[in-house]
Ligand binder design. Sequence first.
Ligand code: B12
Length: 377
Amino acid sequence: MTAVELRASVLAAARKCGADAVRIAPAEPQAWTHERMTASFERGDLQTWPYDERYAAKAADPRTLLAAARSVVCIAVAYATPAEAQGYGRGRVSNYAWSDDYHRRMRELLAALARELHDLGATTAIACDTAPVAERAFAERAGIGWIGKHTNLIAPNLGSYVFLGEVVTSLELAPDAPLKKSCGACSRCVTACPTGALRGDYTIDAGRCISDLTQRTGPIPRELRPLIGTWVWGCDLCQEACPPTSRAPRTAGAFAPLDPETRAPTLAALLRLKSGDFKRRYARTAIGWRGGAILRRNAAVALGNLLDRADVPVLEEALAGDPHPLVRGHVAWALGRIGSPRALAALRARLDAETDALVLDEIQAALLCHSQASPLE
Ligand code: B12
C-alpha cells in the first residue's frame, strides 16, 4: 500500500466508524500548546482541576500515551440534537449530557477505529476526555476546526457541538494543515456568558464557568449563584450565542436524546431525588459520575433563582430533611433569595435544629440579607 493509499484507508475507516470529521496531526510535542496551557494554569484559570506544568507537558506530547507515536488521527462527532422549549420550573441540562454518556460511545467508536488500524499493522492508544491530551489543540493542529473565543473547537459546518477523540498511532501518515481561522471581530459568546468567564482573548477563567460551577464538588461561591440561572448541569450559553454553532444542523445520529425529564428535570422533583432514582435516571448519562447530592445542590440554586414562593414548601422540606449538608446549605441560600415571610420563618426555625457549621453559616448569611428589607415583601 502506498503512503497515499494508507492515509486514504485510515480516513475512510474513521468515517465508517462514525466520525463526522477526521484529520491527521503529527505526533510531535506542541511547544505552543505547552506554553499556553502552562500560562493558563499559572493564572489559576483551572483552579478546581489538578493540572500543573507537568500535565501541560504531557498533554502537549502524544508520545506520553504511545512511545512509538508518529501520527494522531483526530476525530469530531456531532452531538447536537433538536433544541426544545424548557418549560417553567424545569432545570437546564447542557446538550452534551442529553444522551447516553459520550465517554462510552466515543470509546466504542475509537476502539473500532483502532482495530482497523491494527489490521494495517499499527500500534495505537485512544483518548477521549480523560487522557492527558490537549484535545482541542490537536484537533486545531489537524485542521478539524479552529478554537473559538469560547475556547471550544468549532468545526466548519458542524459548529462547536462536537466531541473530540484521538487515535494516537505508530502509522506514519501525512498530516493535514491547520485551518488558520479565527472568530475575527465576533465576541457574542463573551457577551453571552453571565459570569464573565470568557476573556475574549481565547482564554477562559474556568472557575467562573457555569459548566464548572455546576459540576464541581463543594459549595458554589455565593456571589456566582445568582448568575447560574436554572442551569443544573453544564451550560451552553456561549455555544448558543456562537453563529457557526447555531447555524449548524442539529441532527446528531450517534447521540439520541433521552426522555424530557432527564434532559430538563422538574426542579422540585430534582431536589427530592433519592439515591436509587438518581442511579436509575442518570447512571447511563455523563451526569452519573458526580452523584445525586451535586444535582440536588444545583436544583436548590436554580430554585433560588426562579424566585417563586410556590417553591418554599419543597425547599423547607429539604432544609430539614436532606441528608447532605452541602444541599441544605444551598437550600438555605435559596430560601433567603425568595425571602417571603414563610421562607424566612423556615430559616429561623432551622437555626436551633441545625448542627452543621456550613449550613448554619448559610442560614445566618441568608437571614442577615433580610435584617433590613426583603425583595418580595
Ligand atoms: C477540564 C475540561 C473542562 C473544564 C475547563 C474548560 C476549559 N476551557 O479549559 C470545564 C468544566 C469548565 C469544561 C467545560 C466544558 N467542556 Co470540557 N473539558 C475539559 C478537559 C477534560 C480538559 C481541558 C483542558 O485541558 N483545559 C485547559 C486549557 C488551558 O486547555 P485547552 O482547553 O486544551 O485549550 C487551550 C489550548 O488548546 C490552547 N491552544 C493550543 N493551541 C491553540 C491554537 C489556537 C489558535 C488557540 C486560540 C488556542 C490554542 O489554548 C486553549 C485555551 O487556552 C477536555 C478534554 C481534554 N482532555 O482536552 C474537555 C473538553 C474540552 N470539554 C468539552 C466540552 C464539550 C465541554 C462543555 C461544552 C460542556 C458543557 N456544555 O458544559 C463545556 C465548555 C465550556 C467552555 N467554554 O470551555 C469537549 C470540547 C469539545 C469542543 N468542541 O471543543 C472536550 C474536548 C471533551 C471531548 N473529548 O469532547 N471542560
